[in-house]
Ligand binder design. Structure first.
Ligand code: AMP
Ligand code: MG
Length: 322
């Protein structure tokens, strides 16, 4: 049975106690709900992969309370990463936002230092971020150790942005969900690594390319493959079939609406995943989603939409502008 508790001091300490005992707990973050485990405990990490049905080659992001905790993980932190941490990880900074940095281990597996190799699926790097959500931060601080936390959904399904989404996917598989209400961002963190003195985006997210470019040269990794297939895993998929549509304006969209056809004419980050789940509940067979311009937060949305659509992209027929 899965309990749901609010992020009160009692809820936070219940979560921390379970995490200390090697259990997994769903926690709110500003991006999406995370399924947290002690990042230093391989047995707890195994529970995360098992509960989600997550492919064993998809590494987890380690959540720390601040740069200081990251410094204790025996990872190389280049100057550029320090600069980004000071801006994106610091409370009150105008740039504060969900930025995950992939950092090199100081020692390679199997003597891989303090983060077990299970977290990073054997890679010689570890992805680290500082969540901004007060409940997530309070739980990390109460634990005193970092938390590995992928999205708290069954692998492949839309990411959870409300506690009820977590419950729908993981009821009976985890002991506790901390209900922090709706997630502010609604899309996952931006994942970057450092290559040749440049910031390389591995996954676009809530921190935009434009924001990052204030701090250095930014390149988008080919693996992000915005317009071409090539991702290894099914992602963000509702039960309904998703079709991404290129259309100049949202008016052309009305023609797609039917009894079992739903449309998202103006996708927005905060409600995007939630709408996919809502339409499933209404019995949707097909969901048509208009692709946004891939700029600003639109880049992250574009990335999620084409993956949810398994790269099925059509052009709206009566769109005379193209
Ligand atoms: P999720 O937690 O479901 O949002 O997924 C975590 C994302 O971070 C995935 O896209 C992973 O591939 C990425 N990630 C985690 N660790 C690493 C790493 N060491 N190197 C590159 N990407 C990583
Ligand atoms: Mg995920």
């Amino acid at each position: 049975m899965t309990l749901i508790k609010p992020p009160t001091p009692a809820g936070i300490s219940a979560a921390a106690e379970l995490l200390r005992s090697g259990e997994i707990v769903a926690i709110p973050t500003e991006t999406v709900y995370g399924l947290a485990a002690n990042a230093l405990d391989p047995a707890a990490i195994e529970k995360v992969f098992a509960a989600k049905g997550r492919p064993r080659d998809n590494p987890l992001i380690v959540h720390v309370s601040d740069l200081g905790m990251a410094r204790g993980l025996e990872l190389e932190i280049p100057e550029l990463a320090e600069k980004l941490a000071e801006n994106f990880w610091a409370e009150g900074s105008p740039f504060q936002g969900p930025l995950t940095m992939v950092l090199k281990r100081k020692t390679a597996p199997p003597q891989s230092g303090i983060i077990p190799t299970e977290v990073s699926c054997g890679l010689n790097t570890v992805a680290v971020r500082v969540p901004a959500h007060p409940a997530a931060l309070a739980i990390i601080k109460a634990c005193g150790f970092p938390l590995a936390a992928p999205s708290a959904n069954i692998s492949g399904s839309p990411s959870p942005t409300k506690a009820k989404h977590v419950y729908a996917d993981l009821n009976g598989r985890i002991p506790l969900i901390i209900d922090g209400g709706d997630c502010d961002c609604g899309v996952e963190s931006t994942v970057v690594m450092f290559d040749d003195g440049k910031i390389k985006i591995l996954r676009p997210g809530a921190v935009t390319m434009e924001m990052l470019s204030e701090f250095g040269d930014v390149v988008i990794d080919d693996e992000c493959s915005l317009r071409s297939p090539g991702t290894r895993h099914k992602h963000y998929s509702p039960k309904a079939e998703v079709i991404a549509v290129i259309a100049e304006n949202k008016e052309v969209f009305s023609k797609y609406i039917g009894k079992t056809e739903f449309v998202i004419a103006n996708p927005e980050a905060q409600t995007f995943f939630s709408k996919l789940r809502e339409f499933d509940e209404l019995g949707a067979e097909r969901i048509f989603i208009r692709l946004p311009e891939p700029v600003g937060i639109g880049l992250a949305l574009y990335n999620r939409i084409v993956r949810a659509a398994e790269f099925k992209i059509v052009k709206a027929e009566n769109d005379k502008s193209k």
